[in-house]
Design a binder for this molecule. Sequence first.
Ligand code: AMP
Length: 547
Amino acid sequence: MLDGCVARPQEEIDRYRAAGYWTGEPLGAALRRWAATHRDRTALVGEGRRISYAGLDSWADRLAAGLRGLGIGPGDRVVVQLPNAPDFVAVCFGLFRLGAVPVFSLPAHRSYEVRHLCELSGAVAHVVPGSQRGFDHVGMSVALRKEVPSLRHTLVVGEPRPGTPGDVVLLDGLTGHPGKAYAPDPTDAAFFLLSGGTTALPKLIPRTHDDYGYQIRATAEVCGLGPQTVYLAVLPVEFNFTWGCPGILGTLHAGGTVVFAPDPSPDTCFPLIAAERVTLTSVVPTIAHLWMGGNEHARHDLSSLALLQIGSAKLHRHVAEQVRPVLGCALQQVFGMAEGLLTMTRRDDPDDVVLATQGRPVSPADVIRVADPVTGERAEPGEVGELVTRGPYTLRGYYRAPEHNRTAFTDDGFFRSGDLVRLTARGDLVVEGRVKDVVIRGGDKVSATELEGHLTRHPRVAQAAVVAVPDPALGEAICACVMPDGDPPGMPELRCMLRESGVADFKLPDLLEIYDAFPLTGLGKVDKKALAADAAGRRAARGEENH
Ligand code: AMP
């Protein structure tokens, strides 16, 4: 097993195998099987290319051979930071076939986040796009190689921009000898997802061949996927929601077609839905809201769209109610986490369940408990408490994080989600809030602790506290509350400093509030609840909350 991963008890492994949840098939082998069944059917559509199952299978082999030639092999970690396009899938499967382990990084990440991922994983290579919306990922990667000793290669997908340094590897022309297929331990990490982050920076979530293979089969079944499915990948491909809930992998498992949207705007997505006859897609509430506003939806034929999955952040009922009348498709609410557990409403659920709950777990083997966040005792039925969970696709430990794992899991291996939920009488889950200190801006999770650390590096910031403030467009806006030391810093100055530290744009504060003193709890800690209410009140008093 990869050093730094937490093993499951053998009894549990045996139980999941006996029940058929875990099949022991590595993901690289699964693609071989899908390709043998669906050969000439279209697997992937994107950037003007259409790739068949057989084509994807041989593309992954070609990449595996080339990467092997560079010395990349079993257990090596490779940070993959690519936009929504077919290459992402081919690169991941190429790495799976080598036994190398992709670490998913978002294209929006900048040097601060990518350095952390490279260092934490001990990555040997970084895969980047040749050119992506004005940002020079290649230049960033080349600079990082000087700072991170383990990082040997910058691997570039697509045409590099002029002036690209010579010491990078172009994946398009890469060839090598097809070596012997590597057979990984299916209970071992296949790839790493990133945690939504409650502490300073994302933690790495090892997802195994067995657990993810099960997740895609289980979610594909719940959503009724088949060869007729055409899935539109709208959110970043590196999100668990897009990659496998059922998403890209669930669609390939079902023999369907995955279409890649380069951005989530209606201008991009609606013509793709109409042209490719998309049947399924998954978005965050902010995007759903955007799609249903304006008149754009009426100008395109969206009639093929049968199911819209909405998740990753709280969906308000009034938005949920518009889905069928405006877009003409069914709604499915999805709650879940890259750590594992997924709950979904079902197609035959009554309207009230679909509109107002986040549904039931996808596996009969998911165990969920609602616990008092302080005492850990089970909450009474119907009461709000912290969701703790264990199951066949939920992690037993973050990678290389023994300290954090001690508090993130209960003694009997349940993951403490940090989400406050309640269960309805029917057994459906309703998300009520969270214990963890995260702002969910659109669907992006931004750790308050991380941002506070950055803000206090400013010479005129004595103390900083980051809170979520309700926002009609984003769901939650990021509000930086600052106690200044001298002249209060302005927003442009703070944003500029954060950018210069290499912080990704989606984490930059939307609002700045200056305080002489923060409200404190009885224990002398900053009372974030009171502070958030105050910050929201100030914004409302200025009449800005509807902007
Ligand atoms: P991630 O691991 O990035 O997918 O983030 C997981 C977190 O997103 C969960 O722990 C929740 O805090 C939040 N989340 C996911 N789905 C929902 C939902 N349907 N409603 C409210 N919060 C959600």
